[in-house]
Design a protein around this ligand. Structure first.
Ligand code: 3PG
Length: 306
């Protein structure tokens, strides 16, 4: 039984060592493909793999058909928009994620980017504080909940909108639950995005939504670039000199945004939210254990395709 770890953005060594221990401890074989530059390398590596652990690596129909022995793909992380679920289902391949395992790492980065933006990217000028400011959490999943927990320490007033999370459960955690995204954006000076990229959410953060935000607004995106209508974001930022965009998912129009709004726009060069030793260990080891449990016992608890 061969398990391939295919990570364009590698895990920390400690995580790879832990994955190896679990996989080899189960009597399976581990193969590593890190920092690959060509899709062909992935196509070659998957040829004899029974299971694959990935991060944001693209698993499309071509990869799936090249992986003739494949039984399971585990996305070590939360968002699985990089896997063609329908193609996996028709190839008889189980797809899982590891929900929650990297949530604290992403949440810490969201707060870090908030401070960075509020202090004018540490450029020496006078900024603002987070204490007492209204923070809107757009989707209250594992990351959103961690953002709320940390933001409480900053003394922020916290709001959330999540149509799939019961309002009473949100309120129980000391967070005000709002009834619509529109209400969240018109209430909160800071909005932190935690929605997945789906057919419904793609391009949904548009001019109409963002223009509702109060003065000195800041949008923090540690989710996915696809949820932003990037052309409309430019239009809004051209009209509103008080609007800042902090992103951990580099927009397609990164060059335009950095040229036009150098003082109010920041993006990490590569998605850094889950790039910590702890998150790599949590998500990587969970992925390895899920594979062993699936192969040996048929456990499909974290399956995301039908
Ligand atoms: C996720 O969906 O888990 C995060 O976006 C992290 O992605 P990464 O594993 O590519 O860093």
């Amino acid at each position: 039984m061969k398990v391939l770890v295919a990570t364009d953005k590698p895990f920390a060594k400690i995580a790879v060592d832990g994955i190896r221990e679990i996989i080899e401890g189960a009597g399976f074989q581990l193969a590593l493909l890190e920092k690959y530059t060509e899709k062909q390398q992935l196509l070659d590596a998957v040829a004899d793999a029974d299971a694959i652990i990935i991060r944001s690596d693209i698993i499309d129909a071509e990869v799936l058909s090249a992986a003739r022995n494949l039984k399971i793909v585990v996305r070590a992380g939360a968002g699985y928009d990089n896997v063609d679920l329908a193609a996996a289902t028709s190839a008889g391949v189980c797809v899982m994620n590891t929900p929650g395992q990297n949530a604290n790492a992403v949440a810490e980065l969201a707060l870090g980017m908030m401070v960075y933006g509020a202090r004018n990217m540490f450029n020496g000028t006078s900024g603002i504080e987070l204490l007492g400011k209204k923070l809107g959490i757009h989707a209250y999943g594992n990351v959103g909940r961690n953002v709320a927990r940390i933001a409480k320490g900053f003394g922020m007033e916290i709001y959330a909108f999540d149509p799939f999370f019961p309002a009473e459960a949100i309120e129980k955690e000391g967070v005000k639950a709002l009834n619509s995204a529109e209400e969240l954006y018109s209430t909160c000076q800071f909005v932190s995005l935690h929605i997945p990229a789906t057919a419904e959410t793609k391009n949904s953060i548009n001019y109409a939504m963002l223009s509702k935000m109060p003065k000195d607004a800041m949008l923090i995106n540690t989710a996915r670039k696809e949820v932003i209508n990037e052309a409309e974001l430019v239009k809004l930022m051209e009209e509103r000199a008080d609007f800042k965009y902090m992103s951990d998912v580099m927009p397609a129009n990164h060059t335009e945004l950095s040229e036009k709004f150098a003082a109010r726009y920041f993006s990490t060069p590569k998605k850094m939210g889950a790039q910590t030793a702890e998150a790599n260990v949590n998500a990587g080891l969970a992925a390895a254990s899920q594979i062993v449990d699936f192969i040996k016992n048929g456990n499909e608890k974290f399956r995301v395709n039908k």
